[in-house]
Design a protein around this ligand. Structure first.
Ligand code: ATP
Ligand code: MG
Length: 256
């Protein structure tokens, strides 16, 4: 397995009140697999993703990358935060080069990668611009290529397309899919959007508010690129929408 979530438990204390967010979460992800985490607000998706990224410590359980335990952030796992987290005082070029500099990658190699990444994400000519002067979709693409700059094995994304409009969102889903296909990355994406999860993923995992319990683990067996109008696509959509609506009814979250 490329990535294993092994028996993760996490409890938070709010005003001394205990809140068990994740209980014994287990997920195995294959190399090159694209997995989406879907679930109602507050069910622990971000917490789980941050634990995988090494930003949050679990109370117990382990995260394994190729069988080796990891407990801190590392260049093997790139993280895209929902708000992009670009450096506003740095240009596009400087943003994308930043992690490469941190890793001590030579100027020549940095320029080569930058050129490839800008072309791939249709951001040529934008390298001297600052994030504030870019559209939401462009910022998203900069965050994506910055995350890809150090060739991560695993890409962790927390609602990466949350802030863009419907049409742009569909375009970016297609671009993100192409980028993922070209770079053979293992991806875990948190999303609220059933359509996005089905369009992008090899597998969709639905978490419930009941301690993050996994109530659906569904392989999406559709050829890529996916036809959003097809009957099978819409059957998946119906099934996941139904599953998700069950999460919102307290006490009705039964496992599968
Ligand atoms: N640092 C923290 N301290 C205390 N409680 C926290 C902390 N981080 C998260 N929580 C709580 O854990 C629960 C899960 O939060 P999390 O952010 O993982 O949810 P989520 O599934 O990502 O929700 P959303 O879809 O709204 O982003 C929430 O009840 C939240 O209040
Ligand atoms: Mg979240």
């Amino acid at each position: 397995m490329k990535l294993s979530v092994d028996g993760i438990n996490k409890t938070f204390f709010n005003n001394k009140v205990e809140h068990k967010v994740l209980e014994n979460i287990n997920i195995d992800i294959k190399e090159g697999e694209f997995v989406s985490l879907l679930g109602p607000s507050g069910c622990g998706k971000t917490t789980l993703l941050k634990i995988i990224g090494g930003f949050t410590k679990p109370d117990s359980g382990r995260i394994l990358v190729e069988g080796k335990e990891v407990s801190k952030p590392g260049v093997d796992r790139a993280f895209i935060f929902q708000n992009y987290a670009l450096f506003p005082w740095k240009t596009v070029k400087a943003n994308v080069e930043f992690p490469m500099k941190q890793l001590g990658i030579s100027k020549e190699e940095r320029e080569k990668r930058l050129k490839y990444l800008l072309e791939m994400s249709h951001l040529e000519g934008k390298e001297k611009m600052y994030p504030n002067n870019l559209s939401g979709g462009m910022k998203q693409r900069v965050a994506l290529i910055r995350a890809l700059a150090c060739n991560p094995q695993v890409l962790l994304m927390d609602e990466p397309l949350g802030a863009v409009d419907y049409q742009m969102r569909q375009n970016l889903q297609e671009e993100l899919e192409n980028i993922w296909l070209k770079n053979e990355i293992t991806a875990v994406m948190v999303t609220h959007d059933v359509d996005e999860a089905i369009y992008m993923s090899d597998r969709v995992i639905v978490m419930s508010r009941d301690k993050g319990r996994i109530i659906e683990n569904l392989n999406i067996n559709l050829e890529r690129p996916r036809d959003r109008e097809s009957i099978q696509y819409n059957e998946y959509k119906k099934r996941l929408t139904q599953k998700l609506s069950e999460c919102y009814i307290d006490g009705m979250v039964e496992g599968v």
